[in-house]
Design a protein around this ligand. Structure first.
Ligand code: ADE
Length: 247
């Protein structure tokens, strides 16, 4: 897939996109990232991308023209009707979650507009954005980190980016439950032991234990996720026995 990122700070992306899985995904040709500097589309002599707010108020507001022109350079005149999702990162947006990542990652191309820390002319949202996305209920200094988060999450869903075993782990999250605890050698460290069941070799029991641990973690840390997850009869019996109401 191809991800176009519109930003005033393209250098911020250099480190995160040149390491680990995102780097490998690009090297394998599974992911293409195009960084578009919004300032390149500011045509006045000072290359201004922001201006004072109409009606007063603190802070500068990002101007619409450079952002519209940057998008047009990708989509042509159809802009938000080109069939390419245009994501605006903003604390006012819909909360990003795995189902939304999956929906966006299924597109051949996605455009991300990094929101501006002080504000953006609302015509950018109205006239360009097909999705407004927040990565959580806190305010960052700009939309660059959220754009990296979204790109990373979409990258790992591209076919061939993860190994087959990791892809299976991925599925466990897709079931709507949190990951179970994992261990490697040594079998005991600082008095903390690897659970006996994991070294028992009994794969039926191990799978059952993993499922139960996922259920317990989700119930403890993210009860809202548990109420949305697909639970079997056996899951519900287990949770009730733990004093947890599964519904
Ligand atoms: N811009 C600033 N804070 C943000 C957040 N939490 N999510 C998305 N974009 C943002």
């Amino acid at each position: 897939m191809k991800v176009h990122i519109l930003t005033l700070f393209p250098a911020m992306f250099e480190g995160p996109f040149s390491e680990s899985m995102v780097k490998r995904a690009q090297e394998k040709g599974l992911l293409q990232i195009s960084l578009v500097n919004i300032r390149d589309y500011a045509h006045d002599k000072h290359q201004l991308t922001d201006d004072y707010a109409y009606g007063g108020g603190a802070g500068m507001v990002m101007k619409p023209e450079p952002v519209f022109e940057a998008i047009e350079s990708i989509t042509g005149p159809s802009l938000k009707n080109a069939g390419i999702p245009i994501v605006l990162t903003t604390p006012q947006g819909q909360r990003l979650d795995q189902p939304l990542v999956r929906t966006l990652a299924a597109n051949a191309e996605v455009i991300i507009i990094c929101g501006h820390y002080e504000g953006m002319d609302d015509r950018i949202r109205e006239g360009l954005a097909t999705h407004e996305i927040s990565i959580g209920d806190y305010v960052l200094t700009g939309g660059e980190l959220p754009a990296m988060v979204l790109t990373d999450a979409m990258a790992r869903l591209q076919q061939g980016v993860l190994g087959s075993e990791q892809s299976l782990l991925q599925d466990s999250f897709n079931g709507g439950l949190l990951q179970y605890p994992q261990f490697t050698r040594p079998p005991e460290y600082k008095g903390m032991k690897v659970p006996d069941i994991l070294v028992s070799g009994n794969h039926g029991q191990i799978d059952k234990w993993k499922r139960q641990q996922s259920l317990l973690r989700t119930a403890r840390n993210r009860p809202n996720m548990l109420s949305k997850a697909t639970l079997t009869k056996e899951d519900k019996v287990f949770l009730k026995a733990q004093g947890i109401n599964p519904d």
